[in-house]
Design a protein around this ligand. Sequence first.
Ligand code: MF3
Ligand code: CO
Length: 251
Amino acid sequence: MVVIKTEEEIQKMIAAGKVLSGVHHELRNKIKPGIKTIELDRFVEEYLTERGAYPEQKGYEGYPYSICASVNDEICHGFPGEYVLKDGDIITVDMVVNVDGWLADSAWSYEVGEVSKEAHDLLENTKKAMYLGIEQAKIGNRLGDIGHAIQSFAESKGYSVVRDFVGHGIGKNMHEDPQVMHFGKPGRGLRIVEGMVFTIEPMINMGEYELTIDDNGWTARTKDGSLSAQYEHQLAITKDGPVIITDQGDC
Ligand code: MF3
Ligand code: CO
């Protein structure tokens, strides 16, 4: 069941989104060769706590950390740890911020130092794929229009779209209906209506979309070892089009 949100509820999620985008702004400077991914986790937890916000992922279905930190061939749900980021790595940081019971969810991929042109292009194109999906998130369209826009662009660049993880409705709960596929056919799927709030979060692989899950039971990585990137925004559907709840202002 899709829970439609009021304007007031959307404002509460925008407040959480402001804190979250503040974290991503800070991460741009923090993510450098030499930093351990667990240090990013500690930083985020402290940043949120100081602002009266809670890292909703921590403890969610037993997930042990405040962020997901997915490096290189890790697709999502990477565990922060003792790994030291090095020049040329890419890393996706995903987090969910709880302010007064309302949630904001956004993942962003970052370059560590100087990366290859291929890695840089993967990030740019994955971000573009997300925004092409967002453009389709308007009243009267269907969810398949979003998936199709993302898939056709990503595949035209020679990449593949991960099938096993999808966008989702969100509000007071991290995962609500509907499921938002990042692949699909135009004109198919649920019709988009005012007051829906959901994420669009394509995970795009340089190689094939098949994945494996690590022994920790969480971390997904590409089966062929190719790089994977992800950008995720949370949107509210309004009469004037999609409002990006997790907007970072300048990218
Ligand atoms: N933020 C993720 C999403 O986009 C959820 C991470 S799973 C968690 O759905 F358990 F780590 F929280
Ligand atoms: Co997320």
